[in-house]
Design a protein around this ligand. Structure first.
Ligand code: FE2
Ligand code: FE2
Length: 331
C-alpha cells in the first residue's frame, strides 16, 4: 500500500501510473524566472496610494518565505512517507518547482524593494510581522506534528500523516496561497502589476497541480485503507481549515483593514470561505460556510492563464504540447 513504510524502487509493473502522468504533465509546464519581466511594474508601484503600497509590501513579505516552508515539508515529510517511486518522481519535480517559486519571489522582492533596509525587513517578516508569523507558525506546527514519525505503522500514525498532507494541500497551497493570489489578480483586474501577474499565472498553475497531486494521494489511500477516514479525521480537517481561514483573515485585516474599492476584509472572508468549502468538498466532507465567490476576477483566472500559457509556449519555444492540460479546479 502507498503508505506502507519502506523504499519501493520498482517502476514496473507500475502501481500508480496516474502519478507518473502527473510528473510528465508537470515537466510540460516548465518556466523560468528570467522569462518574467518585473521591471515594468515599478511605474505602477510609484503611482500607488500608501494603502496599496502597504498591501503590496506585506504581500511580498509573505511570499518571501511561503514556498520555502512548503519545500521543507515536502522533503522532510511527504517524500519520506509516500512510498512509490512514481509518486516520488512527482515530488522531486514539485521540489524543483518550489525552488523556482522561491527564486521568483526572491527576484520580485529584489526588484520591488530597492532600499536594502526595507528588503532585509521584508525577508525577516516571518519574525516581526505578527500576521505573517502566525501563518508560519500554523505551518510549522503541522510540520512538527509528524517530525518524530519515522515509519507509518499504525492507523493512528497514518492519520497523523494524512493530516499533514491535507494541511499543506488544502490550507497552505490551497488557501493561504489562493488568498495571496487574489490580491495579485485584484491589481491585475485594474490594469496594474502585469509582471507580477504573469509570474503568478505560472506559480498558480503549479500550485493547483501540487494540490491536486496531494488530493490524488488522499484518494488513493482512501481506496486502499478506507477505515482511516473516520468521522474524527473529518472533524480534524474541518477544524484545521477553520483555523487556516482565521489566520488568513487576520492577514487580510493587516493588508487591507481599511478596505479599498473591490478589496476588503469582508470580501476576502467570503472568498476564503468559498475556497475552504471547495477544499472540503474535494475531500468528500460537508461544506462549512456556504459562501459564494465574491471575486469575479478569480473565476476568469483559469481561462486566461491557460490561454497565456499556450500562447507563450508556441511563440517562444515551439515546444510541442501533447495531450490536454486541464484545470480540475474552479477558482
Ligand atoms: Fe510553490
Ligand atoms: Fe506548491
Amino acid at each position: 500500500m502507498l503508505l506502507d513504510p519502506g523504499m519501493d524502487l520498482t517502476l514496473r509493473p507500475m502501481r500508480y501510473p496516474d502519478f507518473y502522468e502527473r510528473f510528465r504533465a508537470a515537466i510540460r509546464n516548465t518556466w523560468t524566472v528570467e522569462e518574467v519581466e518585473l521591471h515594468s511594474d515599478l511605474a505602477d508601484l510609484a503611482r500607488m496610494t500608501p494603502q496599496e503600497r502597504h498591501l503590496i509590501n506585506r504581500l511580498v513579505a509573505f511570499f518571501a518565505t511561503g514556498d520555502s516552508i512548503v519545500a521543507n515539508n515536502l522533503v522532510l515529510n511527504l517524500y519520506q512517507h509516500v512510498n512509490a517511486p512514481e509518486a516520488r518522481l512527482y515530488l522531486s519535480r514539485q521540489l524543483f518547482e518550489e525552488a523556482v517559486h522561491v527564486q521568483f519571489y526572491l527576484t520580485l522582492l529584489d526588484t520591488y524593494l530597492p532600499d536594502p533596509d526595507e528588503r532585509v525587513k521584508a525577508f525577516a517578516a516571518i519574525q516581526h510581522i505578527p500576521s505573517i508569523r502566525d501563518k508560519a507558525e500554523f505551518c510549522f506546527r503541522w510540520i512538527d506534528s509528524i517530525g518524530s514519525l519515522q515509519r507509518l505503522e499504525t492507523a493512528a500514525e497514518r492519520r497523523q500523516f494524512l493530516l499533514n498532507l491535507i494541511c499543506f494541500a488544502a490550507c497552505i497551497e490551497g488557501l493561504f496561497f489562493y488568498g495571496a493570489f487574489a490580491y495579485v489578480y485584484w491589481f491585475r483586474s485594474r490594469g496594474l502589476l502585469g509582471g507580477l501577474a504573469t509570474g503568478t499565472n505560472w506559480v498558480f498553475r503549479d500550485e493547483s497541480m501540487h494540490m491536486e497531486f496531494a488530493f490524488s494521494v488522499v484518494d488513493t489511500v482512501r481506496a486502499e485503507e478506507p477505515e482511516l477516514f473516520d468521522d474524527e479525521l473529518g472533524k480534524q480537517v474541518t477544524a484545521m481549515l477553520e483555523e487556516a481561514v482565521a489566520a488568513e483573515l487576520a492577514f487580510a485585516e493587516d493588508l487591507c483593514g481599511e478596505g479599498m474599492p473591490g478589496m476588503g476584509v469582508e470580501q476576502m472572508r467570503q472568498y476564503l470561505e468559498y475556497v475552504a468549502d471547495q477544499r472540503l468538498a474535494r475531500l468528500g466532507l460537508p461544506q462549512r460556510y456556504g459562501s459564494a465567490n465574491p471575486f469575479a476576477f478569480m473565476e476568469l483566472q483559469d481561462v486566461q492563464e491557460l490561454a497565456n500559457f499556450f500562447e507563450r509556449r508556441v511563440s517562444a519555444y515551439q515546444v510541442a504540447v501533447e495531450g490536454n492540460v486541464s484545470f480540475d479546479e474552479t477558482f
